[in-house]
Write a protein that binds this ligand. Structure first.
Ligand code: THU
Length: 160
């Protein structure tokens, strides 16, 4: 028997198609990207998180001379938020990434596999979907309504 998995996503040609809160999150992620510590890859990523209480927090990728010791922007931000607001639901996450040098053709940067797994943990914990947006610096934005859309057959605590 063959089965299919389909995911839907929103595609925004540029930020004029975003609403106010989405534009704020985009701006905060871009701002955070400026402070990324990425001297080895020169690939800068910023991330902003909207909590249910309306607060927005942001972070960026942090690299290390011992390469695997660095961490992506998504997990840097997510773990800080989870550590400081363990009971506050995460509503939206916005990711902006790309090489230090801007190129018009840079595509939107989706979260890596390890970040998807970490994001799924919190979506499952709060029992409510998280809207995830990802973009490049060229203003194209992609949105999915759940982290699960990016990680079908995800592993979570129900298997333990
Ligand atoms: N990076 C992120 O911060 N998020 C992603 O989802 C993809 C990759 C970072 C890790 C590393 O510092 C640099 O981008 C190049 O991989």
């Amino acid at each position: 028997m063959k089965k299919d998995i389909q995911i839907g996503y929103d595609y925004f040609k540029n930020s004029s198609e975003l609403n106010d809160i989405e534009n704020t999150l985009f701006a905060r992620a871009k701002q955070a990207r400026e402070n990324a510590y990425a001297p080895y890859s020169n690939f800068l990523v910023g991330c902003s998180v909207l909590l249910e209480n309306g607060e927005i927090f942001s972070g960026n990728n942090q690299e290390n001379a011992a390469f695997p010791s660095g961490l992506c922007a998504e997990r840097t931000t997510l773990f800080w938020v989870a550590a400081n607001f363990p009971n506050e639901k995460i509503k939206k996450i916005f990711i902006v990434g790309g090489p230090r040098e801007f190129h018009e053709k840079n595509p939107p940067i989706p979260p890596c596999g390890a970040c998807r797994q970490s994001l799924i943990e919190y979506e499952t914990k709060q029992n409510e979907n998280i809207d995830l947006y990802f973009s490049s610096m060229n203003d194209v934005v992609v949105k999915v309504n759940s982290i699960k859309d990016l990680l079908p057959f995800y592993f979570d605590a129900t298997f333990l």
